[in-house]
Design a protein around this ligand. Structure first.
Ligand code: COA
Length: 196
């Protein structure tokens, strides 16, 4: 079982996917600063500027890996910033469910990084006993909403946000989309390494 994944994006770029650790704190704060205001709002639901608060850094980097992980995808040809990152947190009231959240740098969106991150959080959460994942978007975040649907999530609307749900133990429901085909490929390719 490995948590250091040396892989390639579909354009051949060599990348490393790995969990973030407390020593990544400064790099994470700098990556946050480099996001566009739009990506920052879509991921963090806040318009409070370029400086990430300590509470958010603690939320992303802290905790027990059985309950929460944050993964980053790094382009090995450039030291910084990472291409993107994704987290999952178990629901304390129902540890078979986890909330996920992710962001890809604006200039690197559409290269398959988000779908790879979804597969990585899927497998690492599943390994920790999670069988259902839930993600949220603003109604106006059409791109993320379409992509989550394309990746097989069921969508509902609670009057404030869109809610996307996946069952991790059932791949039969994946739709016939490029994103779902990518997701299924990553799950099949990474499962032996990540689930051991
Ligand atoms: C939502 C988000 C994470 C998606 O990440 P991404 O890296 O752009 O996603 P991917 O590249 O894996 O997939 C997205 C696109 O590639 C397409 N795609 C997937 N596999 C493909 C393939 N083999 N060939 C061509 N296109 C493909 C998808 O259908 C999708 O199309 P579209 O967005 O152009 O309509 C990213 O847009 C983002 O960070 N947004 C800001 C933060 C946010 O909204 N987070 C979500 C809420 S937490």
């Amino acid at each position: 079982m490995s948590d250091r994944l040396d892989i390639k994006l579909r354009d051949g770029t060599p990348i490393l996917a790995r969990p973030l650790v407390p020593a990544d704190r400064e790099a994470l704060a700098e990556a946050y600063r480099r996001l566009s205001p739009e990506a920052r709002y879509n991921r963090f639901w806040t318009h409070t500027g370029e400086v990430v608060g300590d509470k958010m850094l603690d939320r992303i980097l802290g905790g027990n890996p059985d309950d929460h992980m944050t993964w980053a995808v790094l382009d090995l040809s450039r030291e910084f910033p990472p291409l993107g990152g994704a987290s999952w947190w178990k629901n304390p009231e129902d540890p078979t469910e986890a909330e996920i959240s992710m962001v890809v740098l604006d200039e690197d969106q559409g290269r398959g990084v988000g779908t790879l991150l979804l597969a990585v959080v899927w497998l690492s959460a599943f390994r920790a006993g999670v069988t259902r994942m839930v993600g949220y978007t603003h109604i106006e975040n059409r791109r993320a909403a379409k992509w989550m649907r394309d990746c097989g999530a069921d969508a509902t609307w609670d009057g404030y946000k869109l809610i996307f749900r996946w069952r991790l133990d059932d791949l039969d429901g994946l739709p016939e989309t490029l994103a779902a085909a990518d997701l299924a490929d990553w799950l099949a390719n990474l499962a032996p390494e990540m689930l051991g």
